[in-house]
Design a protein around this ligand. Structure first.
Ligand code: COA
Length: 255
């Protein structure tokens, strides 16, 4: 694999032939996403789009933790400064508008945006012990990343409501049952299985894959508009007393 450096070091990009692996690399915080990490993710996706040599992208995390969601400390900071999270929104746009097939390797927990970004992926491999949770309302927030559109579309309203509004977690098996995960494998096999799927996709005629994918995904503008609608409401919710209390409780919890 050839390696490219990244300004934050908390997102690592490496190519394996025609497959680009974008790895969240903040394991000490369970890969909670900061604004610099969103910037690096956006850049990595844009670069993959622009490279004719890259035919598929794998999103990966750390063993046991794919992504614990947005950094709650940053949530609190942005709540205090007006709720703006420009790098998050740029990343969500890049994710929705990404042209290359996206495979995810979920080695463990996937929380908040760690789960909702998977709704933009084309193939998801999860470890047997992985869990998928979106505790948005418990944090005084609401679903984002167009999950209010893609969630019901992918799994039906009943299951989407339990996940996205009630905040009930899904096991890997339940996520597969719900249609947001393709393969559930032993933790040690997650990355190899995801890479194999990515190479399988990369070996297909790229033009035919791109057009087929675009047809399956449907109207892009609708997804981008939903990201923006959610983001406006999310910004207000970030500044609510409910949200501030939840963030402070998380940040001051004793373990
Ligand atoms: N934002 C900021 N820090 C986070 C974080 C997040 N979303 N998720 C985890 N961390 C930090 C923890 O505060 C802890 O930091 P510390 O070691 O300095 O205390 C470190 O990452 C490890 O997390 P810890 O809680 O000790 O691991 P765990 O295995 O017991 O629990 C989680 C993992 C993900 C269940 C738990 O950390 C959690 O609930 N995180 C918040 C998830 C969340 O609500 N995300 C936002 C969704 S919108």
């Amino acid at each position: 694999m050839s390696h490219q450096s990244d300004p934050t070091d908390q997102v690592a990009v490496a190519d394996d032939g025609s497959v680009r692996v974008i790895r969240l690399n903040r394991p000490e915080k369970k890969n909670a996403l900061t604004q610099p990490m969103y910037t690096a993710l956006t850049r990595a996706l844009h670069e993959a789009n622009e490279s004719a040599a890259i035919r598929c992208v794998v999103l990966a995390g750390a063993p046991g933790a794919f992504c614990a969601g947005a950094d709650i400390g940053e949530f609190l900071e942005s709540a205090q400064s007006g709720g703006l999270r420009p790098k998050t929104i740029e990343f969500l746009h890049a994710l929705a508008q990404n042209q290359k097939p996206l495979v995810a390797a979920v080695g463990g927990l996937a929380v908040g945006i760690g789960t909702t970004m998977l709704l933009h992926c084309d193939y998801v491999v999860a470890a047997t012990g992985a869990t998928f949770a979106t505790p948005f309302t418990r944090l005084g927030l609401l679903p984002e990343a167009a999950s209010s559109l893609l969630g019901p579309r992918r799994m039906g309203h009943a299951r989407a409501f339990a996940l996205l509004v009630m905040g009930r977690p899904l096991t890997a098996a339940a996520a597969k049952e719900a249609g947001i995960v393709n393969d559930v494998v032993d933790a040690a096999l997650v990355e190899a299985t995801a890479l194999a799927a990515a190479h399988e996709i990369a070996a297909l005629p790229a033009g035919a894959v791109a057009q087929s994918r675009a047809l399956l995904r449907g109207e892009l503008d609708e997804v981008v508009r939903r990201i923006d609608t959610e983001a406006m409401a999310f910004r207000e919710r970030l500044q609510s007393d409910e949200a501030r209390a939840a963030f402070t409780a998380f940040l001051s919890r004793r373990k």
